[in-house]
Design a protein around this ligand. Structure first.
Ligand SMILES: [Ca+2]
Length: 372
């Protein structure tokens, strides 16, 4: 792949095989086409050796070498239903991956003639070629007979490695699922690192409530990450027409959907006449018009010291990368980077602080942003 700096191309779209210089308010970086030929990459996790374990939504899992070389599909991935917004979704390494080689992933699965978002654990073989001991751990039931939208499907671990968090969407057909505590749709779910239900979850002792629930009232959260400066958990979710949200997630919190929202139906009609209500948590930030935020990550700094602790959202429509300066847990000024170009499903940072952008296209790939 040719890689040359094009200082003159500040506002031009990226050229195939080329490198482009971008001057951000906080940092100067270049844009590299790092990995190509990927079909709707959705989530990824860096292995300790620096390779990237990456999902493609149609149902493939691959290892990407440090130079961007795309490996063959890893065998043993279970069947997914890739219709609508479903498929193979996020992947995360178990905190003890170096010893156990365990990984976790989310997918849409056919169950009882319907569809469900499913969390699985597996072991990545020593040579990285196969998944072994694939174990479904949790289905976000009840199973839904119709509709292939709003699975959520993003996974993160707490910084201490003791808990796994999974986002689950409302599945779109019946919005009130997000408010129902006997239903795992429209939730942030918390499990222990081995997949069991923690004894200290907020609804463990509430009759009729699912003990896996950490927070509820979510529409379609596809971003989740811990703020390294404060240890707080944040999630990003798609609103309907307008009303996308960044939320500071607290245990037992009701985030309002569909009772309160800043958004409207796609037809323009009203969903709710309220954007806020007692007992419901207001978003840390809401966007009207929409930005369609999928993945969320906080920069570790590294090669970009000025970005340390700032939040980055992968946006689909309008497409681009949104940088949010954080003051503790308060979102501050925003900067729109690479705006209006390519749909970005997820943003990842490697150990050196370089950002990787997963391009949401059937002929997609991964961009890398090294310092200029
Ligand atoms: Ca909300």
């Amino acid at each position: 792949m040719r890689r040359r700096a094009l200082a003159a191309a500040l506002l031009a779209p990226p050229l195939a095989g080329a490198q482009e210089l971008i001057a951000s308010e906080a940092a100067r970086f270049t844009v590299q086409e790092w990995a190509t030929g990927l079909d709707r990459p959705w989530g990824g996790a860096f292995l300790p050796d620096g390779r990237l374990l990456l999902t493609e939504r149609p149902g493939r899992l691959r290892l990407i070498a440090r130079d961007g070389t795309v490996g063959p599909p890893i065998t043993g991935v279970p069947a997914v239903d890739a219709g609508g917004q479903g498929g193979l979704l996020d992947v995360a390494l178990a905190p003890d991956f170096a010893a156990s080689r365990h990984i976790w992933f989310a997918q849409s699965a056919v169950v009882q003639g319907g569809l469900v978002a499913r969390l699985c654990r597996a072991r990545l073989s020593a040579d990285g070629a196969a998944l072994e001991e694939v174990t479904p751990v949790l289905d976000c039931t009840p199973v839904q007979r119709t509709g292939r939208l709003h699975y959520g499907g993003r996974i993160t671990f707490s910084p201490d490695g003791r808990h796994l968090f999974l986002t689950s969407g409302d599945r779109n057909e019946t919005r009130e699922r997000a408010q129902a505590l006997d239903d795992l749709a429209g939730k942030v779910i918390r499990l222990t690192a081995d997949g069991s239900i923690p004894a200290d979850n907020p609804f463990t002792n509430r009759r009729g409530a699912r003990a896996e629930i950490w927070s509820y009232g979510h529409r379609n959260p596809q971003g989740i990450a811990f703020n390294p400066a404060t240890g707080s958990l944040f999630a990003a979710e798609f609103g309907p027409l307008g009303g996308d949200e960044l939320n500071l997630i607290r245990p037992g919190g009701n985030y309002g959907w569909p009772v309160v929202t800043h958004g409207r139906n796609y037809s323009g009609t009203q969903i709710s006449d309220r954007t806020s209500a007692p007992g419901m948590v207001d978003p840390a930030r809401a966007w009207v018009p929409a930005i369609s935020p999928s993945g969320l990550a906080f920069s570790p700094g590294g090669a970009f010291p000025a970005w340390r602790g700032q939040a980055f959202l992968a946006c689909l429509n309008p497409p681009g990368l949104l940088r949010i300066a954080m003051q503790g847990d308060m979102p501050g000024a925003e900067e729109r980077l690479l705006w209006g170009r390519q749909r970005i499903r997820q943003v990842l940072f490697d150990a050196q602080g370089l950002a990787y952008l997963l391009l949401d296209a059937s002929r997609g790939g991964v961009l890398r942003l090294p310092p200029a």
